[in-house]
Design a protein around this ligand. Structure first.
Ligand code: HEM
Length: 233
């Protein structure tokens, strides 16, 4: 229903007869009616972009101000790994949230959130390659082969790369919607690889509390999709 119909006839019709105050009030009401819903405004995207950059800005400041603790390299590798997994979960949460809240406009943010997942995994890989391995390609390759949890993380990064590269409208057009959708289903495998990577890393420390939380979140997000696919059949 049009909001105009709930507030009576067009208020601008009275504005000239009732003077400048009435005209101002009428314009305000008309402006409110015309204004886009919050989720559709360009400013909302800008705000979300700034919010997504906050963890990076915080870590960057921490590295610069030396407030990341006694082992800044480890702190950076771990924090960027955590943010990769968080952004992955947030991206996967958009579709179920759209349905549960009946807010289709939420889909506008999925591409940006997916690209931020890729940004944080790149920061994670760069922190590891630079601060842990000194950009020694030989040492990195040997470490990837030697430590299975790093191999699994690398598989996640490699799978994520074509998704990031084809996240633009031109790529969707070039691939065709069906093929593009098929390719982007790899995000489910990436979520499982990310979880396995985290589990494997924490298994060495016998510390599974956080892993269990992510496992439940990912199980709900993927379970929702399995249920929906079965219902469609
Ligand atoms: C889908 C991709 C990936 C995800 C979701 C991911 C996520 C994570 C998470 C959540 C952690 C644990 C952070 C914590 O303890 O709080 C972690 C640690 C780590 N990851 Fe990744 N990661 C990914 C890819 C990679 C890649 C490509 C590499 C390197 C080639 C890598 C190397 C590491 C290392 C070295 C650690 C720290 C281990 C330690 O401190 O003992 N990860 N990652």
């Amino acid at each position: 229903m049009n909001l105009m119909s709930t507030v009576g006839p067009d208020p601008r019709m009275h504005s000239q007869a009732e003077g400048p105050v009435a005209a101002m009030r009428a314009n305000t009401v008309a402006g409110a009616v015309k204004r886009k819903p919050l989720l559709l405004r360009p400013a909302t995207k800008v705000l979300l972009f700034a919010l997504c950059l906050l963890p990076f800005a915080w870590l960057f400041y921490g590295a610069w101000a030396n407030t990341l603790g006694p082992n800044p390299a480890e702190a950076l590798i771990r924090a960027t790994g955590d943010w990769t997994l968080r952004f992955l979960c947030i991206t996967l949460a958009i579709s179920p949230l759209r349905t549960w809240t009946n807010l289709p406009a939420l889909a506008r943010f999925r591409r940006m959130l997916g690209l931020f997942t890729f940004f944080y995994v790149l920061m994670h890989f760069l922190s590891y390659g630079w601060l842990d391995q000194g950009f020694d390609i030989d040492a990195i390759a040997k470490d990837i082969i030697k430590r299975p949890f790093i191999l699994v993380g690398t598989a996640g990064l490699l799978l994520m790369t074509p998704l990031a590269a084809t996240s633009f409208n031109r790529a969707i057009k070039a691939l065709g919607a069906a093929r593009w959708q098929m390719l982007h289903r790899a995000v489910y495998a990436i979520a499982l690889l990310g979880l396995l990577h985290f589990f494997w890393m924490r298994a060495a420390k016998n510390n599974f509390a956080e892993v269990a939380v992510y496992a439940v979140v990912i199980a709900v997000l993927l379970g929702w999709r399995v249920k929906r696919a079965l219902a469609k059949r």
